[in-house]
Ligand binder design. Sequence first.
Ligand SMILES: Cc1cc2nc3c(=O)[nH]c(=O)nc-3n(C[C@H](O)[C@H](O)[C@H](O)COP(=O)(O)OP(=O)(O)OC[C@H]3O[C@@H](n4cnc5c(N)ncnc54)[C@H](O)[C@@H]3O)c2cc1C
Length: 303
Amino acid sequence: MEMNLGLSERVETLRDRVAEIICKDIMPMEDEYHAEVAQGDRWTFTDRQMEIMNALKNKVRAEGLWNFWLTGSDKGFGLTTVEYAYMAEELGKSPLAAEVFNCSAPDTGNMEVFERYGTEEMKARWLAPLLAGRIRSAYVMTEPDVASSDATNLSLTCVRDGDEYILNGEKWWASGAGDPRCAVYIVMVKTGGDDAPKHKRHSMIVVDAATPGIEKLRPMEIYGHDDAPHGHFHIRFTNVRVPAENLLLGEERGFEIAQGRLGPGRIHHCMRAIGQAEAALELMCKRSLSRTAFGKKSGASWC
Ligand SMILES: Cc1cc2nc3c(=O)[nH]c(=O)nc-3n(C[C@H](O)[C@H](O)[C@H](O)COP(=O)(O)OP(=O)(O)OC[C@H]3O[C@@H](n4cnc5c(N)ncnc54)[C@H](O)[C@@H]3O)c2cc1C
């Protein structure tokens, strides 16, 4: 079947409206929003930050511009993955935009997991507030002690004990775990033995972020930035007891879920990264045209 990757008229109109809101309403608030991070505790939001974010969210929601990412579901906006890719490109141009439209990682992938693999109870408790943008979530997979680019190495243990599982181990780079609204983690754990095939040893389990035994050890930094208050956290799990019904889909089905989560998630990330690169190029061009050296604009010859 031939795949149409072009823009339909409907999607072009939508994309243009999203781009307009980002340019006129969201980008002008970026500096003020980020300056607030330095006011007091870096891991809380100031009243002004919440005011800015909630006003922007209310504005786009009033126009129905919400949850574009959720494809193939009557709870979503009704776009295909290809159509959403054009929105994601625009969202990448501002660090605030994805959250404003309730399209930010890691929530989108996590909501996708709840939507496709969660029980009705999980949907009511976690998916509904995530879809409404009331809470945030983290996807907790990477570990300090193993090369996690090969996820078959993951070693955080998850052992059944009656009606519960007990989790022990460490994770890091858990994006969004610093956010005070982050209420739930989806954790990749090892439930199976080493004698099983290597893609049939891991499971995913839903963990309430407030469960006793969870310690947020430190925010990770990238070139000196901690990305507060979102953050990418190093977390320790010590005898964390989780109800057995929180295990998604069944024991040793973690990789099956990971594939379902990452399929669309990779496209979302790539398209946002393309948008971010386009915005960076535009800023560079503007700056080069604002500088004069040796009697001419420094960007005049190539921009
Ligand atoms: C900003 C940021 C946000 C993140 N958010 C999350 C998150 O929300 N949740 C989460 O779970 N993780 C998250 N991560 C972690 C990320 O997914 C991992 O860093 C990534 O999967 C790589 O794993 P690793 O760090 O263990 O690297 P390693 O597996 O140790 O790999 C190190 C390097 O070696 C290369 N390499 C490894 N094995 C081989 C091989 N056999 N041959 C050749 N090259 C090899 C890798 O490509 C990589 O370049 C985040 C990371 C960053 C930087």
